[in-house]
Write a protein that binds this ligand. Structure first.
Ligand code: ZN
Length: 66
């Protein structure tokens, strides 16, 4: 089946029998993201988590200093 990435509008063809195809058919609301965009989002999420950890560390350091 042909699927369109919600982020970059790229059209991919995925195996009709794949788990992803079945999921998309069962839930039309479920959006498809191409591999490239998926990786980009995953990296952003990781970066955000890293920033969060850094902030927690910084605030602890500030508390210790006070
Ligand atoms: Zn994409």
């Amino acid at each position: 089946m042909r699927v369109q990435c919600v982020l970059c509008d790229r059209i991919d063809t995925i195996d009709d029998e794949s788990l992803l195809a079945k999921r998309l058919r069962n839930r039309p609301i479920h959006t498809y993201m191409c591999e490239e965009c998926y990786q980009r989002i995953a990296e952003k999420t990781k970066a955000r988590l890293a920033t969060g950890k850094f902030r927690i560390y910084r605030s602890n350091l500030t508390n210790d200093e006070w």
